[in-house]
Design a protein around this ligand. Structure first.
Ligand SMILES: Cc1cc2nc3c(=O)[nH]c(=O)nc-3n(C[C@H](O)[C@H](O)[C@H](O)COP(=O)(O)O)c2cc1C
Length: 188
């Protein structure tokens, strides 16, 4: 059985490094004891510290009610080898399908929230809903990370980026320009 002991705790003040490249993410929730997961492409980091992430989750998603009522979720960051599964997760509803069973996803108990981590993902960020003031106008939830994990067995993850039309790009070579980050040394 996988537990958080198999993962590496990731510092909250560096959570932005897990999703700043804007990857497609999975959002897991647990509502009335039932876990569910959806695919999300519209998301962004909002603040470094304390970290804040914004994600749009529409009322057409089964996950929406779970997010509103529990105020919790996990942002799980999949890698490119999960691409087909990521698309399929976003093309069916937890109202009809047990997606963890259907897609062979391993739910791992999180530490701070009830929503499950997803063992197959390289990073998992436990979040609480921090602000719903933009939900009625934009379906935009502001999520505050309260714990974050990475999988030490995936040291060089290639993330998936949606181009908005069912095609995707995959992370390529890393460019090291840290010596030019003169104004932002404290973030490196
Ligand atoms: C690549 C991709 C990106 C998506 N991005 C979003 C998104 O940013 N926001 C959203 O509400 N739905 C998004 N969806 C749609 C949901 O994942 C989809 O409605 C899913 O069936 C919801 O699952 P649920 O009903 O179990 O919550 C996306 C789907 C795909 C395939």
């Amino acid at each position: 059985m996988i537990t958080v002991d198999d993962l590496r705790a990731h510092p909250l003040h560096q959570v932005h490094r897990l999703i700043e490249p804007g990857p497609v993410i999975l959002i897991s929730t647990r509502h009335h004891g039932t876990p569910n997961v959806m695919t999300n492409g519209f998301n962004m980091m909002v603040r470094h510290a304390p970290p804040l992430i914004a994600a749009t989750v529409g009322p057409w998603d089964h996950s929406y009610q779970a997010l509103v009522e529990t105020g919790e979720c996990v942002i799980a960051v999949p890698t490119a080898d999960m691409a087909a599964t990521v698309v399929d997760i976003g093309n069916c509803s937890g109202a009809d399908v047990d997606k963890f069973a259907e897609f062979d996803l391993t739910a791992v108990d999180a530490e701070q929230v009830d929503a499950p981590l997803i063992a197959e993902c390289h990073a998992n960020i436990e979040c609480r809903v921090a602000d719903t003031s933009l939900v009625s106008s934009y379906h935009l939830f502001l999520l505050e990370p309260v714990r974050a994990w990475t999988d030490p067995s995936q040291p060089a993850p290639e993330l998936l980026h949606h181009r908005g039309d069912g095609t995707f790009t995959v992370d390529g070579p890393v460019l090291d320009l840290q010596d030019r980050m003169t104004k932002w040394q404290y973030l490196l």
